[in-house]
Design a binder for this molecule. Sequence first.
Ligand code: MN
Length: 264
Amino acid sequence: MDRRSLLNTSAAMAAGALAGCALPGQADAPAAAKTPFSVAQTSIPIVGSDQRFPVRRIYCIGRNYAAHAREMGSDPTREPPFFFQKPADAIQNVAPGTVADHPYPTLTKNYHYECELVAALHQGGRDISPEQALACVYGYAIGLDMTRRDLQRGMGDQKKPWEIGKSFDHSAPIGPIHPVALLGGHPAKGAIWLKVNGQIKQDADLSQMIWSVAEQIAQLSRAFELQPGDIIYSGTPENVGPVVRGDLIDCHIDGLPNLGLRIV
Ligand code: MN
């Protein structure tokens, strides 16, 4: 690093320190930092636009439909919402009308689908009220929270973090993001279903969520400062189950194009 860029870096860091806030995704580096190699920014296509939605973080809510909470062995009436994350590069973009090859992951013998509505944020903050929360949502997509269930359960049983069951490569297939304006509002009801090889497996309604998208954003923002580019997988209904190589997944949420995968 020459003296001039060193000075520039110091100035940028000082400016950041004075402002008292970190720039999203570049807390300690100027925007044009020289790097020895490049790291791809994960992004998702936006319907009706040539722009793409840059992904900062993937949050997921657990057990957000009562019947699914029961099938996972918990009491849906008492449990506050809990969250976990997947790395941003776990995204697998799937174009509408296509069937994407999805790699069966290593280490598991019980690989599960979880069909979910995904909310994508263009605004963030801390301690956001449920009343303000939907103003943070840029749009929605259909997504799958793919899960190595045996590893998730095994780690849970040992009281270890179940990251290995949830936060692996390609574990977040997703369709394109539909801006709220295109959808004509925020989806609060409507069918959500998933078929494997043409046979219905999950079949529920978005209105059966225990915590609404607005409530999820409010709760999350008490634990984390949310930022533009964060996306939230809003939980799956009951009847999660396994897939094996060769299986075809077709999933649906009213108002969004279906998401199709072939497990390979
Ligand atoms: Mn899930």
